[in-house]
Ligand binder design. Sequence first.
Ligand code: FAD
Length: 461
Amino acid sequence: MTRLQQGKIDTFRGRFGGAVFEPGDAGYDGARQIWNAMIDRKPALIAQCQSPEDVVAAVNFGRDQAMLVSVKGGGHNIAGNAVCDDGLMIDLSQMKDVEIDVAKQRAFVGPGCTLADFDAAAQMHGLATPLGINSTTGVAGLTLGGGFGWLSRKYGMTVDNLISADMVTADGHQTRASATENPDLFWGTRGGGGNFGIVTRFEFQLHHVGPELLSGLIVFPFAQARSVVTRFARFTETMPDELNIWLVIRHAPPLPFLPESVHGEPIVALAICYAGDPEEGEQLIAPLRSFGDAHGEHVGVQPYADWQQAFDPLLADGARNYWKSHNFVTLTDDVVRVALEYGGKLPSPHCEIFIASLGGQTGRVPHDAMAYSSRDANYVMNVHGRWETPGEDEHCRQWARAFFEAARPYASGGAYINFLSHDETDRVEFAYGAAYPRLVEVKQKYDPENLFRVNQNIRPR
Ligand SMILES: Cc1cc2nc3c(=O)[nH]c(=O)nc-3n(C[C@H](O)[C@H](O)[C@H](O)COP(=O)(O)OP(=O)(O)OC[C@H]3O[C@@H](n4cnc5c(N)ncnc54)[C@H](O)[C@@H]3O)c2cc1C
């Protein structure tokens, strides 16, 4: 543990509005816990902020005491970057304000909000912005890395909908990043992770969505995966922006619309969302049913906010997780072959391979418009190693790594920084792609001492 003088901690505590936890304090273990149970780090101090002023105080304290600093939003980062050993964890999870300006279609979102917090507030007015597919994920980390979900083909990446970010930089100053205020900082913040400062408030563009949409699942036996995955690959190449379909290979969860005999069996599922007129959507998705003989389906018109939570039970916290991911321009026959080979030997009933469709509006933004630059990524494949006990660690990690290597020759450049695991620091520059040299310049200007380095780190010059 860093030896911090108790007097300094007490002085800090005195001028800090939120809670401060040291090891042994009630609340310490709860605050340091994150989504991925593989990560068990113990900060010397946790500063749980209530306001931007608390964030300023915490940044100044961490910098002046030369502490390693980590920042927690929703705590979902697979690499565990919310939490550090022996340093200061700046915990934003209590800063959950959401304000909706209905007339201007803008949302002002606190850095502790989950997707569920944001969706609930915006959907009260039939509004939304593209976010991810698991409602307990933090808006902050998701946005700073790019962010994509069901609405992205129609409305772009989450970060394409970011209008401004109020920030605290490494020198402890509060500033704003937008197209007109510190545009270089805004450019870097839209995809460069938490490298340049701590965001205390996000401003997003909202769109009219739902509040009810056509969405749901069609589940096929894994024995028919060749037909389903190949036809998914071709169908998704020409679908309209309103339609989004993701493919998941896994063992069947005990879903009520599946026969009991299928529960636990290998399956391939299509997850569908249509952000338009449900009747039109029904016609568009009808051909999907001929991809195989489905075990069952649950597709219908339901609240968008409910669909945003449909995968939560499969993605609850507390499990051990290890991810590997690639971007693809096209899902060639080689990609399909590799996905089928490794989908046929899932090492745990909780492991899955999912292929997310992007494209549409996400690909129409110039690749150098902001730090998120993977505009050619029409698909993101995530090899989601997930299991329950430490005894399974090696076996499950090996499966994910072997699959990743087998698929590597067919992947495009760049990678999604929000899906990088803790042992992939050698992939960070590759992941940022063409944006990296400019990101280094922005880092040099706003965080030359690399205070914010527990992240997918961009090293200053
Ligand atoms: C189950 C699950 C499902 C997911 N699904 C999707 C999906 O559909 N689409 C998608 O795009 N992504 C998805 N992700 C990935 C997700 O975007 C990343 O895990 C993201 O990092 C989570 O953000 P967070 O705030 O919860 O994480 P945290 O671990 O709290 O933070 C992530 C990173 O951001 C930094 N950070 C957090 N808050 C701030 C802030 N206010 N200012 C500066 N830096 C900050 C942290 O230091 C850390 O480096 C998913 C993740 C999980 C675990």
